[in-house]
Design a protein around this ligand. Sequence first.
Ligand SMILES: [Zn+2]
Ligand SMILES: [Zn+2]
Length: 346
Amino acid sequence: MRALVFRGPMDLAWEEIDTPQLMEPRDALVRPLAVARCDLDPAIAIGLYPMPAPFVMGHEMVGEVVATGDRVGGFSPGDRVIVPFQLSCMSCAPCSRGHTNACENVASGTAFGLGPHGGVDLGGALAELVRVPWADVMLIPLPPGIDPIAAAGIPDNVSDGFRCVAGPLEERPGAPVLVVGGLAPSVGLYAVMSARALGSERVVYVDDDATRLETAASLGAEVIDAHGRWDSLKLEQRFPIVVDANVLDAGRNFALRSVEPCGVCTSVSGGATSNADVPLQAMYLKGVRYEIGRVHACATARPVLDLVSNGVLDPSWLIDAVVPFSDAIEGMTMQATKVVFVNDFV
Ligand SMILES: [Zn+2]
Ligand SMILES: [Zn+2]
């Protein structure tokens, strides 16, 4: 089958690789229909986020079941499904607590489309077929009437933006939210969208990218252009809920400075370097709760899909490019907030 292989920085190619087969009775084979570009994908493709090659890219996928193992009871060929990007058994202790990115039954970090990042290469969604283990718990039925393109980001980036504000807003209903945008462009804007949808009284979005500022304004945020002056930027108000989707040290530290005493800041990345310069003493004195870690994709995608089904969240708002698989090499690095690749190989 054809699959989009990351062979190294600036070196993507459609290659013929072995077609996945049902290997275990709980497996399903899924044909990807729509695959969203994760905010991390362009950084991988150009070598900004170094990853060992080769592997098949694509991990935000909506697809169609084409075959199931003997012990799959809940799905049949033809069913349309959302596939969370991390592999989780949904029955071990961490999975039962909702900590599905820490599943005890897989190597840490095991995910689609990120190669052996987590120790096991599951294959990727930019391919004609994907094998999904533990199908009955991994697959989420796509409700009729929901466009696969609109839902394609739910397996990762939409859920990632949502979780940054959903928990904090549950603790402090209606509280104002600050989102610091940047190198995780769609995650930051999905956080804005989620905060508005979940009833935040005021959402402020800071970035230095004119297009994203415009999008955030269209989502109902007050916007502030940082003009790259992250080190000196100071807002009049501090916020109980802050989201750092900027990724770089200066943007993250601006986010941390902007948290009110005893507020919470959630970072959606580990930063661009392994030794980040984090102002721990100032955070300690102010009592900043700093959340950092990957989204729990399996646990979060379900409530996010409910909001999409009910019309509360519309992830398609951010999709500014729909690109056929056959043009995915160019699409992987094109200027856009959210690209969705559609399978034109069928
Ligand atoms: Zn991702
Ligand atoms: Zn588990």
